[in-house]
Design a binder for this molecule. Structure first.
Ligand SMILES: [Zn+2]
Length: 332
C-alpha cells in the first residue's frame, strides 16, 4: 500500500510535473523538416529520437537520385517518429534555367520509386514558388519568382493533387512584396478551384497580419505552417543582412510569447495553423533544436487547450491523413 502510494506520487511528479502546466505537453508534430547533405542519416536520426517531437514529416535535400534511399535509412533508424514527404524541389526546380520538363519528371520519378519501394509516404515537401536571392557562403542563389500559374508550379501542384495529398507552397509575400496582391488573389482562386483539397503555406507565407485575416476569411482550405516565424529566425536575418532574405515574419513578442493579435487569430481559427519547425540546415538540427521545441511547447500553452492540440497535432493529422492519436496531454 505504502509502496503503491510512493509510486503514485512519483508518477505524478515525473509525469504531470515533468513539464509544468505552463507547457503544452500534448502530441507534437513537426509537419515539415528536411535532411540535407550537410548532416548524416545517423545524426538526423539521433536528433529525432532524442528530442521531444513525437512525429516529424521529413523531406530530403541533395541529389535526387539518393533521396528515397536516404529517407529509408532514416526511417529505419527512427521508426514511428518519421514519415516521408517526397521532395519536389530537387534537380534544380528552383533554378530558372532548368527546363520545366526535367524538374517535373524528377518529382514523378521520386513518387514512382517511393511506390515501388513500398515507402508509405505521407505527402510532398514544399513547392518553392518564390525564393529570394542569397549571397551566403552556404547558399549562392539568384532567386526565383514564379507565381501559382507558372508552368512548373501548376504542374507540380497537379502531381500532388492527383495523389490526393495536401499541397505545401512556399511563397514569400514580403521578400516579393510587389507581387503579394497577385499571389494572394491566386491563392483565393486556387482554393475555389479545388475546394476539397488543402493548401498549406510554408513559413506563414511571410504574410502580414491583415493579409492573414484576408486569407482566412476568403478561403477555408488554405492554412498556415508556422515555421521560421520566430525570434530565432529574426536573429539570424539580422546577422545575415545583405547576404540573405529579410522577409520572414514573427509571431512572437520579445519574451517568446505569441503576440496577442496572432494568439487571438489562432484561437479564433485553430484549424488554419499547422506547427512545423522546418529544420533545413545541419545547424537547425544540431544547435538549439531542443530549445526551439521547448520554446514552441511553452508558447502553445498560452492557447486554448483545443487550439494548441489542433495546431500541434490535430490539423496535420487531418490534412495529411496520418491516422495517429493526438493527445492534449500525454500524461496518462
Ligand atoms: Zn521553405
Amino acid at each position: 500500500m505504502k509502496k503503491f502510494l510512493i509510486f503514485s506520487l512519483l508518477g505524478i511528479m515525473f509525469s504531470s510535473n515533468a513539464y509544468s502546466n505552463k507547457i503544452y505537453n500534448g502530441t507534437f508534430i513537426d509537419a515539415h523538416s528536411q535532411a540535407g547533405p550537410l548532416i548524416t542519416d545517423e545524426q538526423v536520426s539521433k536528433q529525432i529520437n532524442n528530442n521531444d517531437v513525437d512525429l516529424t514529416l521529413l523531406s530530403v535535400r541533395g541529389k535526387y537520385i539518393n533521396a528515397n534511399q536516404r529517407y529509408k535509412s532514416i526511417q529505419r533508424l527512427t521508426g514511428t517518429k518519421t514519415r516521408y514527404l517526397i521532395p519536389t524541389k530537387l534537380a534544380g526546380f528552383t533554378q530558372k534555367w532548368r527546363p520545366v520538363e526535367k524538374v517535373i519528371s524528377v518529382i514523378s520519378i521520386l513518387q514512382e520509386q517511393a511506390i515501388n519501394n513500398n515507402i508509405n509516404y505521407t505527402g510532398f515537401g514544399e513547392i518553392i514558388v518564390q525564393h529570394a536571392p542569397h549571397n551566403h557562403s552556404r547558399l549562392k542563389y539568384e532567386g526565383i519568382n514564379n507565381d501559382l500559374n507558372s508552368e512548373r508550379i501548376s504542374r507540380a501542384i497537379q502531381i500532388v493533387l492527383n495523389d490526393d495529398k495536401p499541397v505545401i507552397l512556399h511563397v514569400e509575400l514580403n521578400d516579393y512584396e510587389k507581387d503579394s496582391k497577385k499571389i494572394l488573389n491566386q491563392l483565393v482562386e486556387l482554393s475555389k478551384k479545388y475546394p476539397n483539397n488543402n493548401f498549406l503555406l510554408m513559413h506563414m507565407a511571410q504574410i502580414e497580419f491583415s493579409e492573414a485575416k484576408f486569407v482566412i476569411n476568403k478561403t477555408n482550405n488554405i492554412h498556415f505552417i508556422t515555421s521560421h516565424a520566430d525570434n530565432d529566425t529574426q536573429e539570424k536575418i539580422k546577422k545575415n543582412k545583405g547576404k540573405s532574405q529579410q522577409g520572414w515574419i514573427n509571431l512572437f513578442d520579445k519574451n517568446d510569447n505569441f503576440q496577442k493579435r496572432w494568439l487571438d487569430l489562432m484561437n479564433e481559427n485553430p484549424k488554419r495553423f499547422v506547427l512545423a519547425l522546418d529544420n533545413v540546415w545541419d545547424g537547425h538540427w544540431l544547435i538549439g533544436y531542443g530549445n526551439k521545441i521547448y520554446m514552441w511547447r511553452k508558447a502553445l500553452a498560452a492557447l486554448d487547450k483545443n487550439s494548441s492540440m489542433l495546431i500541434a497535432c490535430g490539423n496535420a493529422n487531418t490534412y495529411f491523413k496520418l491516422g495517429i492519436k493526438c493527445l492534449k496531454d500525454r500524461v496518462k
